[in-house]
Design a protein around this ligand. Structure first.
Ligand SMILES: [Zn+2]
Length: 238
């Protein structure tokens, strides 16, 4: 048992692992190249959030061992200085690239609005810290909380961005178009029931929600009048 403050060393380890993974990741590089080319849609935003979710979770779980945690516990004040800032880094990266994509989509639609960036949902991240605290010295439980709950929180940043910007444009008198697509090998009946596209504001309840392991995405295309150009071959919005 140690009484030393482990948070600074743990943070340095997690941050180092995260930055190395982000800079060397081929998927992130491909997404950023599409974003910079001006041809991205919010599918790239969702891919980015999903990939950062994986990297963040891996950086957290790889950095902790039972004998390095004081009394084997992931105390709240340790999480505040490690888990929250790492999730915050993924939030910043998602929002900056999503804003770049939004700016191009707006420009291409002749919309003179800026992107809006929703803040990190402090209630959700505090919920993760509470779960970690409640796990006590159960190392398996601690690892599982740093798995899917962390991944799901970060993957959700894509939906948060889409919703905030669609809402902002709707209030500006435009008619943004939104769409939910089902993805993943475990697409369930609940998610298949939420596949929908149309005017922002008409979407069904739970449209932006993601259950554990859900890989479904919400997309958004700006529009002044509700009309969105369709690709005749793919029937996808372009
Ligand atoms: Zn789903």
């Amino acid at each position: 048992m140690s009484t030393a403050d482990i948070a600074p060393a743990l943070w340095a380890k997690m941050r180092g692992s995260y930055l190395a993974a982000v800079s060397g990741d081929t998927e992130l590089r491909a997404i950023n190249a599409i974003a910079r080319s001006g041809k991205a849609t919010h599918l790239e935003t969702q891919r980015l959030a999903a990939r950062l979710a994986e990297i963040t979770s891996e950086s957290l779980t790889r950095s902790i061992f039972p004998d390095t945690l004081p009394n084997g516990c992931f105390y709240y004040n340790i999480g505040q200085r490690t888990v929250i800032p790492l999730i915050g880094m993924s939030h910043d990266l998602t929002m900056s690239t999503a804003s770049l994509i939004q700016a191009v989509l707006n420009k291409n639609t002749g919309i003179g609005l800026k992107a809006v960036t929703p803040p990190l949902n402090s209630g959700v991240v505090n919920g993760i810290l509470n779960q970690l605290t409640n796990a006590g010295d159960d190392y398996t439980k601690i690892l599982s909380i740093l798995g899917e709950p962390v991944r799901n929180t970060i993957a959700h940043f894509g939906n948060d961005f889409v919703k905030a910007n669609a809402d902002f444009q709707r209030r500006a008198g435009l008619q943004p178009q939104i769409e939910r697509q089902a993805h993943g090998s475990k697409t369930c009946a609940w998610c298949r029931g939420l596949v929908w596209s149309g005017d922002y504001g008409d979407e069904p309840a739970d449209f932006y929600r993601k259950h554990d392991y859900c890989r479904c995405t919400v997309l958004f295309t700006p529009s002044k009048d509700g009309n969105v150009k369709q690709n005749a071959h793919s029937k996808k919005w372009v």
